[in-house]
Design a protein around this ligand. Structure first.
Ligand code: PHB
Length: 391
């Protein structure tokens, strides 16, 4: 088999890139270890930046999102000083975010790619990539008991945080020491309950962080900071709701309860791989970088990467110009590091660190007071939250 761009990973980065390339007449094949069902059902984050929303709409994959998603013009920061709304819409000159779950975006992208005749291979195994330092790399994989060889011009490593493609870059050609572990995780739930708030609440408390998010008028997504070793089976519904109430009480916020039908623990990490390219291999999304979920940047950074990569590949196929491919890593990393800063900042402002002293708590409260009372500070948060325009 031959294609122009071989894409490893059918997540937001891989599928969106395949879609964007198709629109400009460039062929790709996408392979993934997981089945289509598993990809379409895995629960991930749910906040799309304005630029992500615009791109999905403009490229014809935004219909269901516009119908079923929820536009949020603000977020709330809650702490012992009360609940404060950050009016992102006003502070950013009319930008907002969309609450629409990542797996719904994937369902839409897969449907559109298949309708456009794409070659997507789910449930592959034994992927082997060769020839990255040549102009004709190959991807070998097993699909439906048959061994396949895919010859391509470029290989895209879009295989998420459990990437294998990142490890194809030889030692010495890449820095992988930009890494930070956090001493906590998030306990996430999905509950059948009415919304506790019209907009998301990011809450600081001495017992630890809480995030009140939503999926629909009937299904709520919420998180509380927990120990990374937490076992979800140790937490009954009653105990979970008590923990939410206890953490929200100092700010005056309350939570609407209901049957919990999913519990999971999300690990926290910050990581960047530099550069995001080696020979004919280009990394995109979580394969190249991970952020803690506090800033809701993960999927948005993946979208921004492939927006850059699509134009770079376009320039190559249109006019044999490799300039944008050569600058891909530098261009993408600028935004990635901005995302790293924002995610780290939101995390450190809102979470309880195990070694935190009273000094640290007072300092966090002073920062929250600043962000919620100074329009300049609020604007700083709002601009990052809704996201920089895609460049
Ligand atoms: C979510 O709804 O899953 C969500 C929202 C905001 C975040 C992280 C996750 O910052």
């Amino acid at each position: 088999m031959r294609t122009q761009v071989g894409i490893v990973g059918a997540g937001p980065a891989g599928l969106l890139l395949s879609h964007l390339l198709h629109l400009r007449g460039v062929e790709s094949v996408v392979i993934d270890l997981q089945t289509r069902e598993s990809i379409e059902q895995t629960i991930k984050a749910g906040i799309l930046e304005q630029g992500t929303v615009d791109l999905l709409r403009q490229t014809g994959v935004g219909d269901r999102m516009m119908r079923d998603g929820f536009v949020h013009h603000g977020i709330n920061l809650a702490f012992s000083g009360g609940i404060h709304r950050i009016n992102m819409y006003e502070l950013t000159g009319g930008r907002a975010v969309m609450v629409y779950a990542q797996h719904e975006v994937l369902i839409d992208l897969i449907a559109k790619r298949l309708a456009d005749g794409a070659d997507l291979r789910f449930g592959v195994s034994d992927t082997e990539v060769e020839g990255l330092a040549t102009e004709q790399p190959t991807i070998r994989f097993t699909h439906g008991n048959a061994r396949q060889t895919l010859e391509c011009d470029f290989v895209i490593g879009a295989d998420g945080s459990r990437t294998s493609t990142r490890f194809l870059i030889p030692e010495g050609k890449v820095r992988t020491d930009f890494f930070r572990q956090y001493p906590f995780a998030w306990f996430g739930i999905l509950a059948e309950a009415p919304p506790s708030s019209d907009e998301l609440i990011y809450a600081h408390s001495e017992r630890g962080f809480v995030l009140i998010s939503t999926r629909s008028p009937k299904v709520q997504r919420m998180y509380f900071q927990c120990d990374p070793a937490t076992n979800v089976d140790d937490w009954s519904d009653d105990r979970i709701w008590e923990e939410f109430q206890a953490r929200l009480a100092p700010s005056g916020a309350t939570v609407q309860t209901g049957p919990i039908f999913r519990k999971d623990v999300l690990q926290f990490r910050s990581f960047v791989c530099e550069p995001m390219q080696y020979g004919r291999l280009f990394l995109a999304g979580d394969a190249a970088h991970t952020v803690p979920p506090t800033g809701a940047k993960g999927m948005n950074l993946a979208v921004a990467d492939v927006h850059v990569l699509d134009r770079a590949l376009g320039a190559y196929y249109d006019s044999n110009d490799i300039g944008l491919l050569e600058s891909y890593s530098r261009t993408a990393l600028q935004r990635v590091w901005r995302g790293q800063w924002f995610s780290f900042w939101m995390t450190s402002m809102l979470h309880r660190f195990s070694d935190a002293t009273d000094f640290d708590l007072r300092r966090q409260l002073a920062e929250l007071e600043l962000v919620t009372s100074s329009p300049t500070a609020a604007k700083n948060l709002a601009e990052s939250y809704v996201g920089l325009p895609l460049t």
